[in-house]
Ligand binder design. Structure first.
Ligand code: SF4
Length: 206
């Protein structure tokens, strides 16, 4: 279940979408749908579309710095294929979404917006088969996933490279977000991010 293209769930984000569309008429400027096959065994959950990334292209994580590192790892570990150098990769056993489907000002959704959009994340997770992996990129994505699963936040604390067992054999893995800011400040290194995908590859191959 994706949001309607004219979703009015968050007034602030609807107003912001319209103002950005005025400045960038060629941009997508609508809710960004989940991308990838529903049968995939990996669901990656980011925070929200970036102004010149997913908000421009309409595909999560494409077109900006966060996506470059993510797609580098996906390709390195056999989860995406850039054959033909198209804008969007072909995802292999991998599906990508965001906790908040619309572009927020300053990349910062407020709690009410995260809550309003949680039903769509819940739908994404409900479509997963058993024994799948959910990768949370950042604390906000982690908390949104726990909320969508209707679990107690205190039972599932966010921590980089922490693995949480869920029901049906599903596993939630946390990572710091692969944002340009986190890379530039050293909070997350390329090597640390690759280690997350190395672990995912191992789990998928078991
Ligand atoms: S963030 Fe989600 S709930 Fe809010 S307007 Fe966009 S699609 Fe609708």
């Amino acid at each position: 279940l994706n949001p309607p293209t004219n979703c009015q769930g968050c007034k602030r984000l609807v107003d912001y979408r319209k103002s950005v569309e005025t400045r960038f008429p060629d941009y997508h400027c609508k809710p960004v749908n989940t991308f990838g096959e529903t049968s995939s065994r990996l669901l990656i959950v980011g925070l929200a579309p970036g102004l010149h990334g997913a908000n421009a292209t309409g595909i999560p994580f494409t077109g900006d710095a966060s996506g470059e590192l993510l797609f580098h790892c996906l390709e390195k570990y056999g989860l995406a294929d850039f054959e033909g150098h198209q804008v969007a990769p072909r995802f292999l056993d991998c599906r990508i979404t965001n906790a908040v489907k619309c572009l927020p000002p300053l990349n910062k959704p407020i709690a009410a917006e995260i809550n309003a959009c949680n039903k769509f994340l819940n739908a994404d997770i409900s479509e997963l088969a058993s024994n799948t992996i959910i990768l949370a990129l950042g604390r906000i994505a982690h908390n949104a996933i726990i909320k969508a699963l209707q679990k107690k936040q205190s039972d599932f604390r966010f921590g980089h490279h922490v693995e949480h067992a869920l029901e049906d054999g599903k596993i939630l893995i946390d990572s710091y977000h692969c944002s340009r800011y986190n890379i530039q400040t050293g909070r997350l290194t390329v090597e640390q991010f690759e280690q997350i995908f190395s672990k995912i590859r191992t789990l998928l191959d078991q």
